[in-house]
Design a protein around this ligand. Structure first.
Ligand SMILES: [Zn+2]
Length: 163
């Protein structure tokens, strides 16, 4: 596409189709229709890059607002993200434990799937990611629990026991 636009000059007309969803966009589109539009000497590549950058910045800002003071806020911080060198199963476990959407008893109880948040293994507490670190039924896996892969092992062991 970039090669084509280098050889020819294209006139690109953007057309807004009004609807009932975004009244502000409709209003701006009508305003733009009656005003003179600047002719900008931009090629496809830079315009694509500008639009892409704008969309990424907006999405990033929206994610920061949505994650503010939530469990998954750390996922937006580069130094606290889930390491990319983990296997898929390890990354899934990390994501589940960080967000709390972990399919352990406490979460399943919160969404109405099971009757009790209690740990099936020890019956001594609500079963969530924190409980796994002290669950006496998983005691043989606690020696590595201070490391990421150790917590992943705990998570999958607990999930295996639940099945
Ligand atoms: Zn337990």
């Amino acid at each position: 596409m970039a090669a084509i636009t280098k050889k020819r000059e294209w006139v690109i007309a953007l057309q807004w189709i009004s609807g009932h969803v975004n009244k502000q966009a409709d209003k701006l589109a009508k305003l733009g229709r009656v005003e003179n539009q600047p002719v900008l000497p931009l090629s496809y590549g830079p315009v694509k890059s500008m639009i892409s950058s704008y969309c990424k910045d907006r999405a990033s800002a929206r994610h920061k607002v949505q994650a503010d003071r939530n469990k998954w806020e750390s996922l937006l911080q580069k130094d606290k993200r889930i390491p990319g060198n983990l296997s898929r199963a390890e990354r899934v476990a990390c994501f589940c434990l960080i967000t709390g959407h972990d399919l352990l008893q406490k979460h399943l109880h919160r969404i109405g799937i099971v009757d009790s948040p209690k740990c099936h293994l020890c019956n001594m507490g609500d079963m969530d990611g924190h409980h796994l670190l002290t669950c006496i039924d998983l005691e043989d896996l606690h020696q590595d629990a201070d490391q990421l892969r150790g917590r992943v092992k705990l998570y999958w062991a607990a999930r295996g026991e639940m099945a």
